[in-house]
Design a binder for this molecule. Structure first.
Ligand code: FE2
Length: 278
């Protein structure tokens, strides 16, 4: 058995493939987990202004909580696309709405985690022709505290190895609960992909950074939905669960909205958090 003395040695020994030069210049705009009608309406209202401000080459939106009862319906995905999304990513609620299954199978821009079971509907990787070159968007889910999925680290390796020719820009939406797992994957993919943004926990973290080998990273991009809510859910429903353990379906909150996101300029290596409120 090999003695591993550090991450660099580990990478060099085993996974030193697909290290590619950065700075193809793609500007990425990412909108964090959109929750319910409040979030969807906020995207439709605020995204055009953000696109005007940042002039992104690639716009990605996580939409796994748009539908009532979580997940996403085809017409809701189409609204995100019409609002400006090149790719819509999902997460642990990807299959909550049965009406989206056929759409997932056919749609090239709506993706679920690539490490979901092989027989799951849809696909986990999307390809986009941007003005700066070919971009690849990869959705991955974490293993800690969520439904069982394949190991995201090895899954990322397999996907990167399969990309031939290598795209000019690679973005990973890592939909995961644990900050440790997210930061570990960020460093694991540093220098091999252009950006790794975490999603799922719905609270924007303040650790946006350029990792040592050039990858743009944030542990969680946040949430787009009702500002006065518990992660997008009605506060009374959430409090009642903690007080009584009574089951009642979570209901997405309404009211004034907030939009969270991240802008990453891969040319200038600048990463900026976005936090708008009504
Ligand atoms: Fe989630």
């Amino acid at each position: 058995m090999k003695t591993l003395t550090g991450l660099d040695n580990f990478s060099d020994l085993v996974y030193n493939f697909h290290i590619k030069p950065r700075r193809c210049g793609v500007k990425l705009l990412f909108i964090a987990d959109v929750v319910g009608k409040t979030g969807l309406d906020a995207v439709c209202r605020m995204l055009p202004g953000l696109i005007g401000k940042y002039s992104p080459d690639l716009t990605v939106i996580n939409g796994e909580n748009v539908a009532r009862g979580n997940g996403i319906l085809p017409d809701e995905a189409e609204r995100l696309r019409y609002a400006g999304a090149d790719v819509v990513t999902l997460g642990n609620h990807a299959f909550r709405q049965t009406k989206v299954y056929d759409f997932l199978d056919d749609c090239p821009w709506l993706i679920r985690p690539a490490n979901d079971p092989p027989a799951a509907h849809g696909k986990g990787v999307a390809s986009v022709d941007t003005p700066k070159g070919k971009a690849c968007v990869i959705s991955l889910a974490g293993q800690i505290g969520l439904e069982p999925v394949d190991n995201p680290f090895y899954c990322a390796d397999r996907i990167l190895k399969s990309l031939d020719p290598a795209p000019d820009f690679i973005f990973v939406d890592f939909h995961a609960e644990a900050t440790s797992e997210k930061r570990a994957l960020g460093y694991y993919l540093d220098g091999r992909v252009d950006a790794v943004f975490g999603t799922h926990t719905h609270v924007q973290t303040a650790d946006e950074q350029i990792l040592p080998k050039g990858t743009g990273y944030i542990t969680d991009a946040g949430m787009t939905g009702a500002a006065d809510s518990v992660l997008g859910v009605r506060t009374d429903r959430s409090i009642n669960l903690f007080l009584t353990r009574e089951y009642s379906p979570f209901e997405q909150a309404e009211g004034r909205a907030m939009l969270n996101g991240v802008f990453f300029d891969s040319d200038d290596s600048v990463i900026t958090r976005i936090n708008l409120k009504d």
